[in-house]
Design a protein around this ligand. Sequence first.
Ligand SMILES: [Mg+2]
Length: 360
Amino acid sequence: MPTAWPRAILHVDLDAFYTSVHQRDDESLRGKPVVVAGASRRAVVMGASYEARAFGVHSAMPLFEAVALCPALVVVRPASSRYREASRAIHAVFRRFAAPEKIEGVSLDEAYIDVTARSRHGTTTPEDIARQIKFMIRNEVHLTASVGVAVGKVVAKIASESRKPDGLVVVPPETEAEFMAPMPVGALTGVGPKTEERLRMMGIRRVGDLADYDTQRLVQALGSGGAVLQKLAQGKDRSPVDGTKPPKTISAEITFEEDVSDRDRIEAAVKELTERLAVRLREAGVKAKTVYVKVKLPDFRLVSRQVSRTSATDDGDVIFRAARSALEKSHLESRPVRLIGVGLSGLEHPHPELQMSLFD
Ligand SMILES: [Mg+2]
């Protein structure tokens, strides 16, 4: 008898996304330890290939430390437009299986997809859908993804992480607690190192220990959050996949290779950033009301100023003029600048109902 899924949630996560995009596009990088990092001396690792991870290299590590661990490390610069392009292609695959409001992007390469509707009609199981999504991503985007399938988001995420790369892990309904019991409690979303340490002091090391613990004592020790965590540990997680949440801000920034005080160069950078943002707005069918500019000075101080408009816009020139007046408001005079960023907030979908009907 086929398994009855009250809900079917996929967590899809691309494998070593950033470096995989570079290895896909440049044959000479394949099979090599690669990291993506900026050019500055203080750069940190944005992403590491599996070959680099074998040396202990990981994301957020200072680049010099990574190079010390792996002298043969190949360092490539970020290629954000190619990451976004890959991300769009992946989302196009997702939309074949779920409506936009059932796809919740977590980052460029990670999303939850509620495929309950699709797996209910006909004979397609959630596992079939997961296989098809992996296949299409491999075939069309030339990247690999790991997918977890479960009734809830937390278990789906733990499942996708449990067999990377190129994994597919299905946790059938009613088997969640059993699946998670041997995992360390730190695997649960919401359990950071501090909570993990407190739980360890109470003798709780595995998710199963937490699931079985006396609820009252747990609440005494951790507050009401303790009961919530225990429910997660028991696999009782019914939080919805919410793809309707629009992003609150979008931004882009440029770090100069040396400090820049030339006004024209700074303005040219602002121009480039506002153009990029305008394209992203139009692609998303969104307009913005507020434009802000963020400047980092050589002493790392951040100066930020914003300009709000009465009506929302997606016009690059209008956004540029607003960014330029925000820049004037920050009174840089001739002070040198290390980094400049432009951000947009107050984002509006002018016709959300239209967007939905386009899909349906
Ligand atoms: Mg990933």
